[in-house]
Design a protein around this ligand. Sequence first.
Ligand code: 16G
Length: 525
Amino acid sequence: MDLGAITKYSALHAKPNGLILQYGTAGFRTKAEHLDHVMFRMGLLAVLRSKQTKSTIGVMVTASHNPEEDNGVKLVDPLGEMLAPSWEEHATCLANAEEQDMQRVLIDISEKEAVNLQQDAFVVIGRDTRPSSEKLSQSVIDGVTVLGGQFHDYGLLTTPQLHYMVYCRNTGGRYGKATIEGYYQKLSKAFVELTKQASCSGDEYRSLKVDCANGIGALKLREMEHYFSQGLSVQLFNDGSKGKLNHLCGADFVKSHQKPPQDRIVYYYHDADGHFHLIDGDKIATLISSFLKELLVEIGESLNIGVVQTAYANGSSTRYLEEVMKVPVYCTKTGVKHLHHKAQEFDIGVYFEANGHGTALFSTAVEMKIKQSAEQLEDKKRKAAKMLENIIDLFNQAAGDAISDMLVIEAILALKGLTVQQWDALYTDLPNRQLKVQVADRRVISTTDAERQAVTPPGLQEAINDLVKKYKLSRAFVRPSGTEDVVRVYAEADSQESADHLAHEVSLAVFQLAGGIGERPQPGF
Ligand code: 16G
């Protein structure tokens, strides 16, 4: 380690004194102007992690659904997973070290993790379309090079695409080519093959309108379009040509406000009375898991399928999955990494957050078994095995990927001849409401039972229990956000009015018992 060079370069990416940040649910996120030093240091950390794992590590510069002014960074581990928890702690220590302590922290991490500093390091970098991202990714590169690491800068990529690149590079190209063309080819080939089996295909092309939240998705879907010579026509909305990133659009906006974006969104429709219907991650999990189950029955395989959700999953979805579809459902804390981890316990783990983050995971043994069956089985069984094989290829195994999910959903709808309305009619969501409350320090709220129960502050859970009792089919919980400085409140009940009231009353309880600041929460939305 050339400590002199590190100190010199670090001074060019100096940390604002006293700034404390936390490696949260999805890495560091805050106002872009506070992140230069974090980027440089994550470049350093990625090199150490790469040396330790003797693998390529990814660094993604993005703040995902946050406002355009924010930015963020997260590291991607060798098999495309989120960074290991012990390294999240190192990331937090390194990001928060004052200039004069930085070297010591760096050495501490290397020693604790027994990093062989002579080992080569390779880091791949991607970034979103935020105006601040290019300069920030340059700071990551500065960090990588000063520690002697080599790198490849992919430039503009979606986060799942970077996960894909990392996975491909660390599996010797067996999974796919670590290029953007490789990604498009893999997905489009599987999609075209899968939808060939649809009896109603032919000239009945599906046409899909996609809300791209004025972000990277627009660019990447446009690049991908010409790989689908047939089978799918995609029209892009909120494509970044005029609107602001994530402003009044995007899946997060639509899910939390339960209304359409200024333009269009993936999977929503208006019924004959003009009512807005959102088909969220819960419905997606239902469609995918039921289709996978049908295919397994056809092939005659009894593999265990599990569905993983969070506390935000609509109560009706959980009931439908358990009681009608007879699949086991598990609940974890919010954040892809928690769901992903749980889903790995099954032969086939389908996980989706209500906000649409998710995927299906297939264990390596299952993948091999299915590929063999596709070669060996007869007729109908063989067809089902082939379909399953294509679905496995379509899902980006390295991460939940909205583009993969969209293609799988489109294929399933085509194969089953289902309209979006018929899909939505599988079950009816319980009315629900999400709110935010400002408090002085959101860490005063701690939770247990996959965030469904508040442990602190004292009295809050009892207050919520009493409020919930007043309504039918009701449920409510609160949790500190992992991405914004707020406490989130969720409530559901038998009517929208009740859900709204309950959410408001719970917000007041949070405000009173957890140190609310600013204006008291007002009723009405
Ligand atoms: C991040 C998470 C997402 C989670 C959301 C919760 C990843 C890749 N993304 O976007 O899974 O639903 O945070 O945000 O992990 P919150 O803690 O602010 O409610």
